[in-house]
Design a protein. Structure first.
Length: 484
C-alpha cells in the first residue's frame, strides 16, 4: 500500500470514529445477546469437586537406590504403600428443581466424595454433598443428586438435532478451577467421532468455544439459553477443537439413569462394518449404504432370528441404514424386549427379520474355545494359483490335523491359510495371517480349492470373510504389486 493510500485509509477511519462519538458506540452493551444468557444460566451451572483415595508406593529408606543396600534388603522396601487423596474438578448443570444435576461420567466415576458448589443470586456460594444417581460410560454421562433447602433454578434442554453449523454457542464451566468462566464460539461441525482410550463416541458436536480441563460436564448453550450439548472432550495439542455430547442423547437416557442407575439398552448380538464398493459388488448390494454383519454371536437374538454373517442391513424399523455407525446408534436407542424389524440383503436377495432384542450384556453362548497346539504337521497341498496374486501362497481344506494345529472350531468350514507372503499387502495392510480361515471369497462359500478360481474373477481386489479365534471379519485384499 502506498503512503498516500495509507494516509487516506487513516483519515477515513478517523472520520468514522468521530462520527460515532466512540469506537464502542457501534456495539452498545444493551444489544449484546450473550449477557442475558449468562445471567440467566450461570445460577444453574455448578462446580463439582471430587476426591478419590489412591494407593501410592513409598520407600521409608533414604538409600533405596544404593546397590549395597539392595544386596541386603532386596526390593522388599518397595512393598510399602500409603493412601494419597487425589482431587479433581468438573462442571455440571441443574436439570430438576429437586437437585438432579447432569455431568460427565468421567468427572465422577470411581470417586469417594463429591461436593457441589452453587452460585447464588446474591453472588455468594453454597456447597452440598452429592451422590451418584446413575451413570452411563457409553455416552459418558452421569446424573448426581444434592439435597437442597428449596427449589433450585434449572436449565432448559434444547434440541441438538436442530443446531446448525455456524450457529453461535456459549460454554459455561469451571476450567482449571476458574469458576463460572464463560466462552463463546460457534458450532464448527456435527457428528464428529472420537475413538480414544477412554472415549468411544461417534456423534459429538464440535465447537471452537474454548473448553479446558474442568469444563467437563458443563453446558453448551444456544442463543435462546437452552442446553444443546454437554462439554466433554478436547484435543489438547490443538486450539479451538472442543467437543460436546448432543443434549438429545442425554434426553434419551436420563430416565433410565434416574430409575435404574444405568441405561437399559437392546442387544442384537452382532458386530458390523462399513461396506466398500468391492464388498457391495461381491454381496449383491446396490450402492454402499448399509451395515455388513461381520459376526453373529451364537445364541443371541440375531442368531436365533436367522441373521447370518455377510448379510447387509439396509433398514431398521423402516429407516434406512447409512453405515455401520448409523446402525449401531439406531440399535442403541431401542429398549430390551423391543421387536426390531430388520431388512437385509443376502447375496442379492432382500429378506425381512423380526428380532426380539435382549438386554445388553445379557449374551448367549458366544464363546468358542480353541487350542493352539501344533503337534501334527499338515500335508502340503497346493492352493489355487489365483490366490497367489493376492499374497496368499497356499490354502488347504480343513481336516482334524489343521483344526488342531490352528485351533479352529469343529463347526467351522472353509479353507485355511497355511502359507502367506509376508511382503504382500494382504499381510502388511490387512493383517492376514497363517491359520486364518477363509469362510467366503467374494460372497462365495469355499469348501475346496476348486471353488477359488470361479470366486476370484478378474478384479484387482477380493473380499474375504475370515474367521479367527471364533470371530469373523471382512477384509478387502489388493493384488500384490508384482502381480498387477
Amino acid at each position: 500500500m502506498s503512503s498516500r493510500k495509507f494516509l487516506a485509509f487513516l483519515l477515513t477511519l478517523a472520520l468514522i470514529i468521530m462520527g460515532s462519538g466512540s469506537a464502542y458506540a457501534a456495539f452498545p452493551k444493551a444489544s449484546n445477546p450473550i449477557i442475558p444468557i449468562v445471567k440467566n444460566a450461570s445460577i444453574a451451572v455448578v462446580n463439582i469437586d471430587v476426591e478419590k483415595t489412591a494407593k501410592r508406593s513409598i520407600s521409608p529408606f533414604p538409600f533405596d537406590d544404593d546397590p549395597i543396600f539392595k544386596r541386603f534388603f532386596g526390593d522388599s522396601f518397595r512393598d510399602f504403600t500409603r493412601s494419597v487423596p487425589m482431587k479433581g474438578r468438573g462442571s455440571g448443570f441443574i436439570v430438576t428443581k429437586e437437585g438432579q444435576i447432569l455431568t460427565n461420567n468421567h468427572v465422577v466415576d470411581g470417586v469417594d466424595k463429591i461436593t457441589v458448589s452453587l452460585q447464588l443470586t446474591d453472588g455468594s456460594k453454597k456447597t452440598y454433598p452429592a451422590k451418584i444417581v446413575g451413570s452411563d460410560p457409553t455416552y459418558d454421562l452421569a446424573v448426581i443428586k444434592i439435597e437442597p433447602d428449596g427449589d433450585l433454578p434449572t436449565l432448559e434442554l434444547g434440541d441438538s438435532d436442530a443446531v446448525e453449523v455456524g450457529e453461535y454457542v456459549v460454554a459455561i464451566g469451571n476450567p482449571y478451577g476458574f469458576e463460572q468462566s464463560v466462552t463463546v464460539g460457534v458450532i464448527s461441525a456435527k457428528n464428529r467421532s472420537i475413538h480414544a482410550q477412554d472415549v468411544n463416541f461417534d456423534d459429538f458436536l464440535q465447537t471452537d468455544a474454548a473448553i479446558n480441563p474442568g469444563n467437563s460436564g458443563g453446558p453448551l448453550l444456544d442463543m435462546e439459553g437452552k442446553v444443546v450439548g454437554i462439554n466433554t472432550a478436547i484435543i489438547p495439542y490443538a486450539q479451538g477443537l472442543g467437543f460436546a455430547i448432543p443434549v438429545n442423547k442425554a434426553k434419551e437416557i436420563m430416565g433410565d439413569l434416574v430409575s435404574y442407575g444405568r441405561v437399559k439398552r437392546g442387544w442384537l448380538g452382532v458386530s458390523v462394518r462399513d461396506i466398500t464398493p468391492e464388498m457391495a459388488k461381491a454381496y449383491g448390494v446396490e450402492g454402499t449404504n448399509g451395515a455388513m454383519i461381520n459376526d453373529v454371536f451364537k445364541g443371541d437374538p440375531a442368531d436365533k432370528a436367522g441373521i447370518k454373517r455377510g448379510d447387509v442391513v439396509v433398514e431398521l424399523n423402516g429407516a434406512q441404514v447409512k453405515n455401520a455407525n448409523d446402525f449401531v446408534q439406531k440399535v442403541r436407542t431401542l429398549a430390551p424386549n423391543t421387536v426390531a424389524k430388520i431388512k437385509v440383503v443376502r447375496k442379492g436377495r432382500k429378506m425381512d427379520f423380526s428380532v426380539k432384542l435382549a438386554e445388553r450384556n445379557s449374551t448367549g453362548d458366544g464363546s468358542v474355545e480353541s487350542s493352539a497346539g501344533k503337534e501334527e504337521e499338515a500335508p502340503k497341498t497346493s492352493g489355487s494359483e489365483a490366490l497367489k496374486e493376492f499374497g496368499i501362497n497356499r490354502v488347504q481344506p480343513l481336516n482334524d490335523s489343521l483344526r488342531k494345529r490352528y485351533g479352529i472350531d469343529s463347526n467351522s468350514a472353509g479353507l485355511v491359510i497355511v502359507d502367506i507372503d509376508k511382503d504382500s499387502p494382504a499381510y502388511y495392510d490387512e493383517g492376514l495371517r497363517e491359520g486364518d480361515l477363509i469362510v467366503e471369497l467374494n460372497g462365495h462359500e469355499l469348501t475346496s480349492t476348486a471353488d477359488i478360481s470361479k470366486a476370484v474373477g478378474n478384479d484387482d481386489s477380493i473380499v474375504l470373510m475370515i474367521e479367527r479365534e471364533g470371530s469373523t471379519y471382512f477384509l478387502q485384499v489388493e493384488k500384490s504389486r508384482d502381480s498387477k
